[in-house]
Design a protein around this ligand. Structure first.
Ligand code: C2E
Ligand code: MG
Ligand code: MG
Length: 693
């Protein structure tokens, strides 16, 4: 043994031989070389081979020359880092031993420098890498891997920290495993005690309380701390560490401890960015990230869904935000339960809006039946138990197109349809829906420009008295003639105008046109003609709707009783009291109110009683078959009801004489229909009056 190394002499009898032996034995550290072997410079060739071909700068070389004065070329000594050269006669046994020892010592110094240099290089590069780690587990794993490299040969290692404040959902002070090597990945997030290794637990504890590293020949425990974040690493060794390696490990630890704190701070930031504070669920951003992967999931029948609680803002307003929040937490828990109850758990449950939740999971869990069933029972909020209902938009993996935002949009399309559908509260997204949405957006755009370009017209359909046979009014009906001269039915574009809010501007224009028309008719001496105008719910929702009508009526000096508003029952659906109040004020001004499409809506008779009505309109649906045997019962009832309530009754959609006769017999007051006249432009209507009245 020399300086802790085995000393063994290997012999080579030619330069070529020497090259082979040196190449095969990586642990040769000193070479004694004859310059002259098979050729005069065979030894010099070996030097070149060691330094250049094998790239071994660390091997020490002692050259031996035959005769004194036969010195090797100076350039070789200079270029190839030759330790020494001796003549044969100089090399006595004693001299040989000292020369070899000196060469070995020199080798070791070089090795130490090399080792710490590569170690430091590794520390620098790994610290930079570890500083970029964004998860605690990734960081722990990275630190252990780097330590493994640094230590060379380790067996098992664990990275531990107290659970509280570090791991989500864990609130005790036991040590938990954040990373491991050589053991099993199931251990991650488990207590150190699950290792069933007393020694490890004890060493970890001791190290944590002593706040000091401990190096022994079998294992090392390392203390990692920065700010308030502390951790312990336990590593089993196969051989004792050299003091230089211990130093390197310490340097490494100080370098990465900053990273340990960073990764926690990052985690906190991430939590803030990706978590919903109220329910502790992932938020919209996190849900979007899960959706990025959605269409790429393999072999699984998975579905993404949005759950939108109906009328939640009413609950918030009515019962207070505290109760509202408690309800949301209860809903979150129940949705979560749905997923954890089943063996196959969901991928994600998130809260993506005030009262909107998102779920991604397999279709045997995330399906309309299960989602609807979530709302079968009331939800607890404090002392109260409140029933809630919701709408659901779903999207199956195969239907999803594109990445996160796009998919969310697709589910939203389905959700919006579910909200509008009275029967079906859970709707699956289909490609056609998007096509339809695109079509709708295109139509709305066109409607907007065409309205601005004055392409909308107001036509008039005469209304006649059944008793006198004279025209006593007209219903104003919108017509949209596109630039190509095509007419688009109001049944198509009115819902779009309502949906886009355009109906407010358009409605104002209609009211103004109607006022002008009444004045125009008066100028032509048609003084008894009432004009009916249809109004939609978004118009009522405008704060100043009532005032703006009254203002127009005043501005054009229209006699209010000649101005009739047609409302449908469905207008009452959203906010009956608001509509009733508005109508009462309009009625007080002297305007007339008619209830259109009566019998086709959903309103209750109790609301109808509160409406300040002047007129009931019997819908065309009840008129069409009125002359047929047994088909007149509803029309008859409505006419009677109107008369009982002292209302004027008008029937619309009369196309035949028989229908007119039946209505006359029932005592219906007025009529409107193609049998008399179709809707017509304003000037034609004036002509019509001239011809008929
Ligand atoms: P509505 O208020 O029930 O209007 C009556 C509809 O029945 C009109 O359709 C009219 O042309 C049609 N009609 C009248 N008599 C007959 C008939 O004998 N046979 C048949 N088959 N149809 C008849 P139009 O003009 O297509 O309007 C459809 C709906 O669009 C209207 O139904 C109304 O709800 C809405 N609308 C039209 N103009 C306006 C408007 O200015 N504002 C608002 N908010 N809605 C409007
Ligand atoms: Mg109408
Ligand atoms: Mg109608």
């Amino acid at each position: 043994m020399v300086l802790g190394r085995h000393l063994e002499y290997l012999h080579a009898y030619s330069g070529a031989d020497a090259c082979k032996i040196i190449e095969q034995n990586r642990d040769i550290v000193v070479v004694l070389l004859d310059v002259v072997m098979e050729t005069d410079d065979a030894g010099l060739k070996v030097v070149k081979y060691i330094r250049e071909d094998l790239d071994r700068q660390d091997v020490r070389i002692v050259l031996r020359t035959g005769q004194p004065g036969y010195a090797p070329e100076e350039s070789v000594i200079k270029d190839y880092d030759i330790n020494d050269y001796k003549t044969k006669t100089e090399l006595t046994r004693r001299k040989l031993v000292t020369t070899v020892f000196a060469a070995i010592r020199s080798y070791q110094q070089i090795e130490t420098v090399n080792q710490s240099r590569t170690g430091l290089e590794r520390i620098i590069s790994s610290a930079a890498e570890l500083l970029e780690q964004q998860t605690i587990h990734g960081f722990a794993k990275g630190v252990l891997e780097q330590l493994n490299h640094l230590l060379g040969d380790t067996v098992n290692s664990v990275f531990c920290a107290r659970g509280q404040g570090i791991l989500d959902d864990i609130d005790d002070l036991s040590f938990y495993i954040l990373g491991q090597t050589g053991l099993s990945s199931i251990l991650i997030n488990q207590k150190v005690s699950t290792l069933k290794n007393e020694l490890t637990s004890q060493m970890v504890n001791t190290c944590y309380s002593r706040k000091k590293n401990d190096f022994s020949s079998e294992n090392i425990t390392l203390y990692l701390a920065n700010g308030s974040y502390r951790a312990v690493i336990f590593i089993e060794l196969t051989a004792e560490l050299s003091s230089i390696t211990q130093k390197l490990v310490e340097v490494f630890l100080t370098n990465v401890s900053v990273g340990y704190e960073n990764v926690h701070l990052f985690h906190k930031l991430r939590d803030a960015a990706y978590k919903d504070v109220l329910t502790d669920l992932p938020n919209r951003l996190a849900f979007l990230q899960s959706l990025e992967q959605f269409s790429n999931y393999h072999d699984q029948d998975i579905v993404a869904a949005l759950i939108d609680i109906n009328h939640f803002s009413d609950i918030n307003d009515g019962l207070g935000q505290d109760i509202g929040n408690q309800l949301l937490v209860a809903v979150a828990q129940r949705i979560n339960q749905l997923c954890t109850d089943k063996t196959n758990s969901c991928f994600t449950v998130a809260r993506i809006g005030a009262d909107v939740f998102g779920v991604i999971g397999e279709s045997d869990i995330v399906n309309p039946k299960n989602l609807i069933a979530l709302f079968d029972f009331p939800f607890k909020a404090g002392e109260q138990s409140l029933p809630l209902n919701a709408c659901f938009g779903l999207c199956a993996k195969e239907q999803a197109r594109g990445e996160g935002k796009k998919v969310l949009n697709q589910i939203n399309i389905a959700l919006n349809l579910a909200k509008k559908d009275r029967q079906n509260h859970a709707v699956f997204y289909e490609q056609e829906m998007e096509d339809k949405t695109l079509w709708r957006l295109g139509m709305i755009r066109q409607l907007r420009t065409d309205f601005a370009d004055n392409r909308l017209e107001l036509w008039y359909q005469p209304q006649l008295s059944l008793t006198t046979g004279k025209v006593n009014g007209a219903e104003a009906l919108l017509r949209w003639r596109t630039a190509e001269g095509k007419f688009i039915s109001p049944a198509v574009f009115i819902p779009l105008a309502e949906y886009s809010g355009l109906i407010i501007e358009i409605g104002d224009w209609v009211i103004e046109q109607a006022c002008k028309q009444i004045k125009l008719l008066e100028q032509q001496n048609f003084n008894e003609i009432t004009i009916s105008v249809n109004v939609s719910i978004p118009q009522f929702r405008q704060g100043n709707f009532v005032e703006s009508i009254i203002e127009k009526v005043h501005q054009y000096q229209v006699e209010p009783s000649k101005f009739e508003l047609e409302i449908t029952e469905n207008i009452l659906m959203d906010d009956p009291q608001m509509v009733i109040d508005a109508l009462v004020r309009l009625k007080a001004e002297g305007l007339r109110i008619a209830l259109d499409d009566f019998g086709t809506g959903y309103s209750s008779l109790s609301y109808l009683q509160q409406l300040p009505l002047d007129r009931l309109k019997v819908d065309r649906a009840f008129v069409t078959h009125i002359a047929e045997e047994g088909q007149s019962i509803i029309a008859n009832t409505i006419i009677n009801l109107g008369k009982q309530m002292n209302l004027n009754v008008i029937a619309e959609g009369i196309e035949e004489m028989a229908q007119q006769e039946h209505l006359k017999a029932q005592g219906c007051h007025d009529v409107q229909g193609f049998f008399y006249a179709k809707p017509m432009p304003a000037d034609e209507f004036v002509q019509y009056l001239k011809d008929n009245n």
